[in-house]
Design a protein around this ligand. Sequence first.
Ligand code: NAP
Ligand code: MN
Length: 250
Amino acid sequence: MSHKRFAICGEKNKGLEEKLIGLGFVRDDVNPDYVFSLGGDGTMLDSVHKYMHLDDVKFVGINYGKLGFYTDFVKDDLDIADIVSNEHYKTEEFRLLELDNNGKKYFALNEILVINPSRTQTIKIYVDEAELETFRGTGLVLSTPSGSTAYNKSLGGAILAPSIDGYQLTEMASINNRVYKTLSSSLVLSHTNVVKLEFDNSDGLLIQVDGDAVDSNCKEIKIKLADKAIKLITRRDTLFLERVKKSFLE
Ligand code: NAP
Ligand code: MN
């Protein structure tokens, strides 16, 4: 049997590394089978972006006192042997959002953000090549279901159950008056929909993928659900709405 390879991202934990090696794992930061992400959701986003190019890699999030929507385990409560046997844990797939920017592809676990902090940005929004509306305002966020509890939620977007196969478009400070009109509510789209955003111009425009800036010197971008997903190991007993309640209401 070949050895399972692992990488560790985020906080230092010598104990975890020793435990894994004791179980016959081998550290391999280039080609891991498992990536242990120690921290919070921010750390998980970094880990995912570092390793999402590997098709079969599985992510394990260990929470270090952070909010932790993607980090299901707390330090020391993880029986690592179980991860391999799959007895008490499950592997969940999270589909990514795909951004096509001048033929260059980017993938988001949380969201793609289009924002202009300095001037009114005009954006023509198309869904499947049909024009929906002309947005004027600060920006737009397109978020995955698992990203709906992040930036999207701060903007008043809906919380989506992670099993929903779709994504949502949420406005940031749209101008609505006699002259300009937008939908104003969040729009949940299906996995077949392709959104095209056409910019009046890109002066002062920022495009971010999970908080990281990408090239924004462009006339238009396209966004859809990707065929690509990441695999996250979670506890079998985690209930999404319980986590929502604990995170936002208690
Ligand atoms: P960050 O410090 O890494 O994260 C900001 C906060 O968002 C942290 O509390 C983080 O939780 C939480 N978070 C991340 N993903 C989440 C999810 N799927 N559900 C619920 N909470 C989540 O900030 P960053 O490096 O600038 O950007 C990373 C993410 O932060 C972005 O993808 C964006 O969603 C979010 N963000 C939100 C706002 C806003 O709400 N106004 C502004 C900028 C960025 P942990 O404490 O567990 O890390
Ligand atoms: Mn971060």
